[in-house]
Every structure is written in C-alpha cells, then in structure tokens.
Design a protein around this ligand. Structure first.
Ligand code: ADP
Ligand code: ZN
Length: 302
C-alpha cells in the first residue's frame, strides 16, 4: 500500500460525528467534528467535509464507519449497514452505510463504534500484547466491543452487553433506571445520562468524593466480571466520557477483585491493574482510528 492512497472514516456517536481523511499509512490528513443533529443536517455537514477533502487530497480508495447502534450487521440482510430502532429521534432505520457510500463514492465498511475502538486498541494501543480484548465505553450509552487478534468479533451478532442485567448497588434500589427499553439494565443505571437522572447533576459536575462513584464502580465492575466469565478477554479497556472521572479506574479494579472472589483467576485477570485499563489512543480517538483501519483493510482485501 503506498502512502498516496486516501481513505475516509467516520466515528458516528450520539453527540458528535468525527470525520477524517487519512493517508495509506493511516495518518490523518484532515479531520473535523460535527454535532449529531437530524440525519439530514448531519449528513449535509459530512458531505461538505468529504467534498472539500477529496478536492484537496485526491480521490479515495475506501471508507470506514464506526457507528453508534444498534446496527444491522448481517451481510445477508437488505438493511445491512442501517441503524435499527434507536431512541435517538430521527435515526431509526437510517441507512448510514448507504448514505456514506453515496457521499464517498467508494466501497465502505461498517462496524459498531466500540468494535472499531477495540480493533484500534488491539493493533495500536493498550491491547497489542493480547489476543482478545474487550473495549467498554461508558458515555451517553454503554457499549462493548470485542477484538480477536486485531479483528472485530461478532459479525452480525455483535455484543450488546451494555444492556445486560446487573445486581443493584447497595442502597440503590429506589432509582428506576432510564433505559427506554429495560429501565434498569446496566446502561439504564450507569450511563452518563443515568448518573444525571440519579443525582440531578451532570456526571462531570459530581466531585471525586461523591457517593455516586462507588456505585458507578460497582456497576462497571459487574460488567467486567460478566465479560471475564463469558468472553474470557485478556484485557478490558474502559473508555467513554464518564471515565474522564479517572478515580473510577482504581474503584472499578477494587470492586472487580471483590466480586471475582478469587474464582477463575488466570494470568491476565489476576493482575487487575493491567487487566482493567484506560485506552492509550486519545487523538485520534480509538473509534476513529479503528474506522480508518476498516477502510484500509477493505482496500487491502480487494
Ligand atoms: P458519546 O457517548 O456521545 O460518544 P461521551 O463518551 O463523551 O459521548 O460521553 C458523554 C457522557 O460523558 C455524558 O453523559 C457526560 O455527562 C459524561 N462526562 C463527560 N465528561 C465527564 C467527566 N469529566 N466526568 C464524568 N462524566 C463525564
Ligand atoms: Zn437497556
């Protein structure tokens, strides 16, 4: 692959869409951040960015998309690459892959934002020394991506562990939870908006000593235990806006060790400080980096 190749990528999130044009080595040549509004307004801005980018940097080889979901990722489905029903107004059934192919005019690959983040951390970041890792985002929603040997695992059946059931933290029974499907699933209890609903203030304004964080750590640790016992990852990388509360890492590790209670320890999860860690990719984000990787993989496999 020569460095003259050009690739396009987006990471589509609930609050922002990151767009980039990268060279053949994956290095970013241009990028922008667009606020996620209605599909029409959002795609108009995406179109403008890539139109200008193609004019400046030349024609593209392939595109990559990491998107919020849930997505239809069944390649045999007529809705492949579409967002399925989402509580996000206006975005249910939007054919994000089709819209991006229309904008970019080249073959384009799609996966979840968290699977993209997982492959990027596996290839270039905090998971280079492991075969299987989970990437967990705790932000507007809670999502889990899985990478095996640097490739996203799951295909059509990507993991939806953000909506798994977890036991309530002590003294947290009164809060109903905010998931529009399940009320008190993990996302309903522990996402950023759940923290805001629970405590009456945005998660970013809760000070590090606030009782919210011990409960939050319990919920994230429950997810880490469940992932440990089901998928047996060798590392769990915790990212997303809520983890900007960096004291959470130590609290989650401590709660995780307590909850495991010594059962099924292995060479990886026995060392919680290495097993549960922060992403090492920051700018560009893990999700955008992984979307660029998808585009480069697609071109390499042509
Ligand atoms: P998205 O999920 O849309 O990609 P983020 O991962 O940035 O976005 O997550 C947004 C959430 O992170 C919001 O609910 C916000 O309250 C929370 N958040 C942002 N900054 C902080 C912070 N410093 N501490 C705790 N929570 C934060
Ligand atoms: Zn749910």
């Amino acid at each position: 692959m020569t460095t003259d190749n050009r690739f396009a990528a987006i990471e589509a999130g609930g609050t922002k869409v990151l767009c980039a044009i990268a060279g053949g080595d994956g290095a970013i040549l241009a990028q922008c951040r667009i606020a996620t509004r209605s599909p029409e307004e959002t795609f108009a801005d995406i179109d403008q960015f890539f139109g200008a980018g193609i004019a400046e940097f030349g024609p593209l080889r392939a595109g990559g998309i990491g998107s919020f979901g849930p997505l239809d990722l069944d390649p045999t489905s007529s809705d492949y690459g579409s967002i399925i029903t989402t509580p996000k107004p206006g975005w249910s059934s939007v054919d994000i892959l089709g819209r991006m192919v229309g904008i970019l005019g080249v073959p384009t690959a799609i996966d979840t934002d968290v699977n993209c983040a997982a492959i990027a951390e596996a290839r270039h970041g905090a998971g280079r020394d492991v075969d299987r890792l989970c990437y967990v985002t705790v932000g507007t929603g809670i999502g889990v991506g899985v990478a095996d040997h640097g490739v996203a695992s799951g295909g059509a059946a990507n993991v939806e562990a953000g909506h798994s059931r977890v036991p309530r933290a002590r003294d947290d029974e009164a809060f109903a939870g905010i998931c529009s499907y399940h009320a008190d699933c993990l996302e309903g209890l522990a996402s950023g908006p759940a923290l805001k609903a629970r405590w009456g203030a945005g998660a970013e304004s809760l000070d590090p000593g606030h009782e919210a964080w011990a409960r939050e750590a319990h919920y994230i640790a429950c997810l880490c235990v469940n992932l440990s016992y089901t998928l047996r990852p060798q590392r769990i990388i915790l990212g997303g806006g809520v983890l900007a509360q960096t004291g959470l890492y130590a609290q989650v590790r401590a709660a995780y060790v307590d909850l495991l209670a010594g059962y099924a320890l292995d060479a990886w999860n026995a060392d919680a400080a290495r097993f549960i860690c922060a992403p090492t990719l920051v700018d560009p984000s893990p999700g955008l980096t992984g979307a660029i990787d998808l585009a480069r993989d697609l071109y390499a496999a042509r």
